[in-house]
Design a protein around this ligand. Structure first.
Ligand code: PRP
Ligand code: HPA
Length: 178
């Protein structure tokens, strides 16, 4: 497995550098600081992928906020998605809260649509979402995000929280597998 991971890493194409990603996160934070300044938001990090984005965004946000996590996974160790599996739900009550969902990538949109629906079912009064990167796909998606850092091409990505077979989430840039 490690041989495969190293090969994928060395043959990958850098699509978005650390500098570009950090600038995008700073811009997103400015937009969110404006939009949610008085909303006392509950941020929901969609783990595992959302961890790096959430961590870097959080230190740039200036309003009072709470943080919790939700884990919905559908790619497991694969590069194409399947059924959603719920592994963790937030401990913080969502009732009457303004929720901001944070995820790394909006690909086919199945995960984000399911997390949005969950938040509404739990009684959140407003549901916003922010993604670090969205892939442009030819097909329509079931949902959209309110805040999008970078829009990119439809290739399998890793880095900044995104994994290739559970590895390479720590890559300091956004790469496409070749
Ligand atoms: O728009 P979609 O096609 O639904 O894909 C996006 C989701 O896929 C990834 O999660 P994954 O299921 O790989 O779990 P992970 O967060 O543990 O990587 C990613 O973190 C998003 O949550
Ligand atoms: O391109 C991707 N990379 C990593 N995880 C993902 N989850 C959906 N799409 C992707």
């Amino acid at each position: 497995m490690l041989t495969e991971i190293k090969t994928v890493q060395t043959q990958a194409n850098l699509l978005h550098s650390q500098q570009e990603v950090e600038a995008a996160i700073t811009k997103l934070a400015e937009q969110i600081n404006q939009a949610l300044a008085d909303k006392n938001p509950l941020l929901l990090c969609v783990i595992n992928g959302g961890i790096v984005f959430a961590g870097q965004l959080l230190t740039r946000l200036t309003m009072p906020l709470n943080l919790d996590s939700i884990q919905a996974t559908r790619y497991r160790n694969q590069t194409s998605g399947g059924q959603i599996e719920w592994l963790l739900t937030p401990k913080t009550p969502l009732l009457n809260r303004t929720v901001l969902i944070l995820d790394d990538v909006l690909d086919e949109g199945v995960t984000l649509a399911a997390v949005q629906a969950y938040c509404r079912e739990q009684g959140a009064c407003e549901v916003y979402s922010a993604v670090l990167i969205e892939k442009l796909l030819p097909e329509p998606k079931p949902t959209s995000a309110d805040f999008i850092g970078i829009v990119t091409e439809n290739r399998y990505l890793f880095g900044y929280g995104m994994d290739y077979k559970s590895y390479l989430r720590n890559a300091n840039g956004i790469y496409a597998c070749s």
